[in-house]
Write a new protein. Structure first.
Length: 580
């Protein structure tokens, strides 16, 4: 017992012996009482205040619990906007317990991520980062909250800034968590490093995980194979890429986290495209798009629509891509990540179709700063390419070259950045050509470089054309057209053919002028038959439009009708259709 406490007890005993109040030791209490009236009333006041505070806390706790239950119910019925609002109301209640706060932050983040316009999680970032972790249970809640906040920052183009959150999650898991929590945090960090283009660092994190097998949580196994597949793709290891991604997809389809399922399918699709299999990538995107539409997954619907439109545009199906672009534009979302994609995908399609209305809607000036702010090469390259193309069309030569130079300094790999390299060859400063070409050469040294080979040929053809070297330009353009055609990148095949004079372009495809049209073609209109004849002679859509004095968009419509009637998927199957 301390000296101060002993002194107080001694003082009260002396006061009571002298007939004074045992509390204040100053006033005399009423007869038969040990405490004076003033001290008694003060004690009652304190008791009433404590009881009122307790009742208030219980009432607030009931509000929190009711809001959380409402959020859980709304999420169960895929009402993600409502669910996020309920969780947000719960978090806004004063004096929420720290454990409840961490749990609600994780729920708000995961639900908001599936709404039409995800909210920024920055107001709760400091809460999770500053939480004192004193036991394993709190460590688990802290790690899950940190991972969820970091994932939401990705949609707000703060990918680079969320790296410290992933690193803190790993530190907390290693110090206070279980082996499961350590693996979960590390595999999330590896996936994040992949997004930033730091593949060696990501691979190291994956190696440090140890053995991943059926004893591990489903989410850990999904993320592990997802990340390994991405690393393998960036190293050109096709078989290993497909093996890991197929495993991730199989496992993800058993998971309740729909966002994870869609992410796995989408990234698998992009990796397949970078390895030269655009048909596989298209099919995977179709699966992802079906899931987000069926479950009304907010901003992911326009996001996937734009991604699918980009694939169709590469395959030369701009008219079909336009429909998905319009669907995305009608969504009303303002998610920063979608803003970037509107620009990256929408601007090139609108320029190709010469659609001023769509172009106006897709020019999002903030997209450039958002892409560079993200620090993600796969987001920087496409956005920079789209705006550089736009600036070039508008005659803004200086802005075009400045933007391309900045983009080339920010990307470190070719896959997912083909567009910016092609635009750099078309419109960039010649002084920047070596650095762009060096990226292609780096990719050519890796396996499965079919796409890089085609891109290198087109790159050289475009540069040769600009530098008035017609022989080089036409030779490499013809080979590039053939390579891109084999990859089904027909838009790029057309771009390569546009560098070949019309007199020579006729030899690219067989001349069938004197050959009677097959019976199935006789059902086509006269105009459609004219289009077929010119396509078979190797003319591009733009050249056909000029020869027939119609709009290029009209040629696109004719081609869609022709392919539909003949049951073919591209213009390059016309010859086979005739032969049959």
């Amino acid at each position: 017992m301390s000296k101060k406490v002993e002194w107080m007890l001694q003082r009260r005993r002396q006061a009571q012996a002298a007939g004074l109040c045992g509390t204040c030791c100053k006033r005399s209490p009423e007869a038969g009482r040990r405490i004076c009236a003033l001290c008694t009333e003060s004690a009652r006041g304190r008791s009433r205040h404590r009881n009122a505070t307790l009742r208030s806390r219980l009432e607030l706790q009931r509000i929190v619990e009711a809001s959380e239950r409402a959020g859980d119910k709304a999420r169960e019925y895929h009402l993600y906007e409502d669910a996020a609002q309920h969780y947000r109301e719960a978090l806004n209640v004063t004096a929420v317990a720290s454990d409840d706060q961490l749990r609600l932050v994780e729920k708000l983040g995961s639900t908001s991520l599936l709404s039409l316009s995800p909210i920024t999680m920055q107001p709760w970032q400091d809460v999770a980062s500053a939480t004192s972790v004193d036991d394993s249970q709190k460590a688990e809640k802290t790690v899950e909250a940190l991972l969820q906040i970091a994932r939401n920052l990705w949609t707000y183009s703060n990918t680079k800034d969320s790296l410290p959150l992933y690193e803190r999650a790993v530190r907390v898991a290693e110090i206070h968590g279980t082996e499961r929590l350590r693996k979960l945090a590390k595999v999330h960090l590896a996936q994040h490093l992949n997004a930033l283009g730091q593949f060696d660092a990501a691979s190291k994190q994956l190696e440090n995980l140890g053995t991943i097998d059926r004893t591990d949580d489903l989410s850990i196994r999904i993320l592990y194979h997802h990340a390994q597949g991405y690393v393998a793709a960036m190293r050109g290891l096709a078989d290993r890429t497909y093996e890991h991604h197929e495993t991730a997809v199989r496992l993800a389809k058993r998971d309740s986290d729909l966002f994870r399922v869609v992410s796995v399918l989408g990234d698998y699709g992009l990796d397949a495209i970078s390895l030269g299999d655009i048909e596989r990538g298209k099919a995977l995107y179709e699966q992802a798009l079906l899931i987000v539409r069926r479950n009304h997954l907010g901003w992911l619907v326009p996001h996937l629509c734009m991604g699918y439109a980009g694939i169709l545009a590469r395959m030369g199906q701009q008219a079909a891509a336009r429909g998905y672009l319009l669907e995305a534009l009608s969504s009303g979302t303002h998610t920063p990540l979608v803003e970037e994609r509107f620009a990256a995908v929408g601007i090139p399609i609108a320029l190709y179709l010469r659609d001023e209305s769509i172009l106006t809607q897709c020019i999002r000036p903030t997209a450039i700063s958002l892409a560079f702010q993200s620090g993600v090469p796969a987001r920087i390259g496409p956005v920079a390419a789209a705006f550089a193309h736009l600036y070039a069309v508008q005659g803004k030569r200086s802005q075009t070259r400045t933007l391309l130079r900045k983009a080339l300094r920010s990307i470190n790999y070719v896959d997912e950045n083909i567009e910016v390299l092609v635009v750099a060859a078309q419109y960039g400063a010649l002084a920047d050509a070596p650095s762009a070409r060096a990226l292609l050469e780096k990719r050519l040294r890796l396996p499965s470089a079919h796409l890089a080979e085609a891109c290198m040929l087109l790159f050289d053809a475009l540069l040769g054309h600009r530098m008035h070297q017609p022989e080089l330009a036409q030779r490499t353009a013809a080979e590039a057209a053939e390579r891109f055609g084999q990859l089904h990148w027909y838009a790029y095949s057309d771009l390569a053919r546009s560098l070949i004079p019309s007199s020579q372009a006729k030899s690219v495809a067989p001349v069938l002028h004197d050959r009677p049209l097959a019976g199935s073609l006789l059902t086509l209109t006269e105009r459609e038959q004219q289009v077929v004849e010119l396509v078979l002679q190797g003319y591009t859509n733009r050249e056909i439009a000029e020869r027939l004095s119609i709009r290029e968009h009209t040629v696109e419509k004719h081609m869609g009708s022709i392919m539909g009637r003949l049951g073919i998927r591209s213009r390059y199957q016309l010859e086979d259709a005739l032969a049959e």
